[in-house]
Write a new protein. Structure first.
Length: 125
């Protein structure tokens, strides 16, 4: 008797699982058009960050904030760079567009930024 009840329960659970799987698959509808492969981030990659100057200023490396700098429209994450302790490097504070400082005043130029990840783009307000 108990064997029959167990079989009925297993069959019932399998049916419920199948129905819920079908319902879940049919009910999800994309909220936007599918992205092309060029627009879809690769597995493990995040979408490119887009920040205005005002938004960038929050990433100054102080008080536990991440440290981002923009150079020539590209935003770099210098948070983990030992040269940018607390978001400061040779008098330059993170959270700013440092194009002039890096391109014109820095002895190493943009080459030092090859060691940190480019994470996004600076956009107009």
């Amino acid at each position: 008797m108990k064997e029959v009840n167990i079989k009925k329960i297993v069959v019932l659970l399998l049916m419920l699982f199948s129905v819920s799987f079908v319902i879940a698959g049919c009910s999800s509808s994309p909220s936007e058009e599918p992205q092309t492969p060029e627009e879809t981030p690769a597995e493990g990659e995040e979408e490119e960050l887009m920040l205005t100057l005002e938004e960038l200023s929050a990433f100054d490396g102080k008080n536990g904030n991440k440290a981002y700098v923009a150079v020539d429209g590209i935003i770099y994450d210098v948070t983990d760079s030992s040269a940018w302790k607390d978001g400061n490097h040779n008098g330059n504070q993170a959270g700013q567009d440092l194009t002039k400082e890096i391109m014109e005043d820095s002895p190493h130029g943009i080459s030092a930024l090859e060691n940190v990840p480019a994470i996004g783009k600076l956009v107009e307000d």
